[in-house]
Design a binder for this molecule. Structure first.
Ligand SMILES: [Ca+2]
Ligand SMILES: [Ca+2]
Length: 271
């Protein structure tokens, strides 16, 4: 039977004894527990979530975004033993191994509008012919040849009826890419324009049987070999044609880092 005094003791939850000391001790324990809970919750709030810790920094936060994957990778592109030719300039530039593709558009040269030049020199290379003078810089349409970029272009005039006729590009450093825009070749007589380089590679640079004023692109990538001379040869007496946008990669250029090369990195050394 419980004593009457037992029913008068204050009911302190968790305490079996109602003495003041015991009551104070119980209350102190509760304050500590609540305090620990609050500190724990606060600590959880301050900790980054696992996902946030793995998230890369944004550009505004000083981070560097991961390079975008190549949207059209091909095994051939990474085969250093292959040689590729191109008839489309965009495809050629897209496939180029060097990050920067120097492109000469002849805009920085004085136009004489006649084939009275023995040689044409621009940063990176010099153009000569086997029977000079047959070269000139034009800034206007002539014989239906014209610039494919800007206003200036290099004209090659076979005006001595002495064929075969050779036009040679001599580079100041070895290259392994070469691209060229050709205008008005193949509208006169018959016979293709043949490419050959100092490494012995031979290809067709421009085809005959084309209308007056036509444009043809030729590009070649010979990743496995390098050369310093390119010659364009034809056997059509009297053929006149134009050259513009000569592009190339130096053999010593840093290799493509396997991301798509921004088109803004194209250079035009001669203007
Ligand atoms: Ca041009
Ligand atoms: Ca022509």
């Amino acid at each position: 039977m419980r004593s009457p005094s037992a029913t008068l003791r204050p009911a302190i939850p968790g305490s079996a004894d109602g003495s003041p000391w015991v009551i104070l001790t119980a209350m102190f324990k509760r304050i500590i527990v609540v305090g620990c809970c609050l500190l724990g919750a606060l600590a959880l709030q301050l900790q980054p979530s696992p996902g946030a810790a793995e998230r890369p920094l944004t550009e505004a936060e000083g981070g560097t975004p991961a390079p975008a994957p190549d949207p059209s990778p091909t095994a051939d592109r990474y085969d250093p033993k292959s040689t590729f030719t191109f008839t489309n300039q965009d495809v050629f530039l897209d496939a180029a191994w060097c990050v920067t593709v120097p492109t000469e558009s002849f805009e920085g040269l004085t136009a004489t509008n006649q084939s009275n030049q023995v040689s044409i020199t621009v940063p990176g290379f010099t153009v000569t012919t086997d029977h000079p003078p047959r070269l000139g810089i034009w800034d206007q349409r002539f014989q239906d040849a014209s610039a494919s970029d800007g206003t200036h272009w290099l004209g090659v005039n076979e005006n001595q009826l002495v064929v075969p006729q050779e036009t040679t590009f001599t580079f100041t450093a070895p290259i392994n890419h070469f691209g060229i825009k050709i205008s008005d070749y193949g509208d006169f007589g018959g016979g293709d324009l043949v490419y050959f380089d100092g490494a012995g590679t031979i290809a067709t640079a421009a085809f005959s049987g084309r209308p007056s004023g036509n444009r043809q692109f030729f590009g070649i990538i010979t990743r496995h070999t390098q050369f310093t001379t390119v010659t364009l040869l034809h056997g059509v007496a009297g053929e006149f044609y134009g050259i513009d946008e000569v592009s190339y990669c130096l053999a010593t250029a840093p290799p493509w880092p396997q991301v798509r090369r921004p088109t803004t990195q194209r250079l035009t050394p001669g203007g």
